[in-house]
Design a protein around this ligand. Structure first.
Ligand code: SF4
Ligand SMILES: [Zn+2]
Length: 267
């Protein structure tokens, strides 16, 4: 199996896996979404809320506010069910306070954290609006969790793969330029001088087959490479995508180790 990076920035990585297998690639996808721990607000104690927003809606908004969850921020923090405390303690949680009086919009930057590294990823997420003299006062407790418990703990906003597209032309047939004109992504370019159709960016092909339907003489065929994949991981900014991938592989490794251990015990 070979892996190469196609593009990478702060919040998104796109890589190509060659000679892979669907079960393995899909296991990594599912674990990256559902089993990589991330931190999110879980409990909210509302002291006062004069705003028009219901307490439950405000708590939900706080839960979905992305918090910095990279390796250095959450290192050593256990999942709350693995901690020896009863509900939460400084080891397995981080507290935030919010105390503001209107008028004005309250943003994510107004949440003050007890841990300088764990804070909202973005400062400008609007949380609620207060009118003159309205007040909001609350304490919020953030804990580690996993996406299979609640979507707020999913580290990925996009975690998907597609099989590598394969475009072939039947050279025994007359060149059908209509298929190039039908491509909505501009991937196919007619070159009437050389009497060919050029494929410009095959990895951008969505395999919609508009080109195949437009070709009356079946000049073009679109399929996919069964063992090659284009994999995209995008996060909400809380964790770098490569950390999500690495942790997903660690979780998969732990699961495989358990199966090996079980098999060894059978001997
Ligand atoms: S399958 Fe769709 S996106 Fe791909 S080349 Fe054909 S028309 Fe373009
Ligand atoms: Zn604890």
């Amino acid at each position: 199996m070979k892996i190469e990076v196609k593009s990478k920035d702060e919040n998104e990585i796109v890589f190509i896996i060659r000679d892979g297998e669907v079960p393995l690639v899909n296991a990594i996808r599912r674990i990256a979404m559902m089993e990589v721990p991330k931190i999110a607000i879980e409990d909210v104690n509302i002291v006062q809320n004069d705003s028009a927003m219901f307490d439950e809606v405000l708590a939900h908004r706080l839960g979905l506010t992305p918090l910095v969850s990279n390796n250095s921020a959450i290192e050593g923090m256990p999942l709350s069910e693995d901690c020896d405390c009863e509900d939460y303690c400084p080891k397995c949680s981080v507290s935030f306070t919010l105390n503001k009086t209107g008028p004005g919009v309250i943003y994510s930057k107004d949440l003050s954290s007890t841990d300088s590294t764990i804070k909202p990823v973005y400062d400008t997420i609007p949380l609620l609006k207060l009118k003159e003299d309205q007040n909001v006062e609350l304490e919020a407790v953030a804990k580690l969790g996993v996406g299979k418990e609640h979507a707020k703990w999913m580290p990925t906003t996009v975690c998907a793969y597609k099989q590598y597209p394969k475009i072939t032309f039947d050279e025994d047939k007359e060149v059908d330029y209509d298929c190039a004109d039908a491509c909505p992504r501009g991937i196919l370019k007619s070159d009437r001088r050389s009497k060919k159709i050029k494929v410009l960016d095959i990895e951008n092909c969505s395999m919609c087959k508009s080109c195949v339907r437009a070709s009356e003489n079946n000049y073009i065929d679109v399929s996919f490479e069964p063992n090659d994949f284009i994999f995209t991981i995008e996060t909400d900014g809380g964790m770098p995508p490569e950390e999500v991938l690495l942790k997903a592989c660690e979780v998969l490794e732990e699961k495989a180790d358990k199966v090996i251990e079980f098999t060894n015990d059978l001997k």
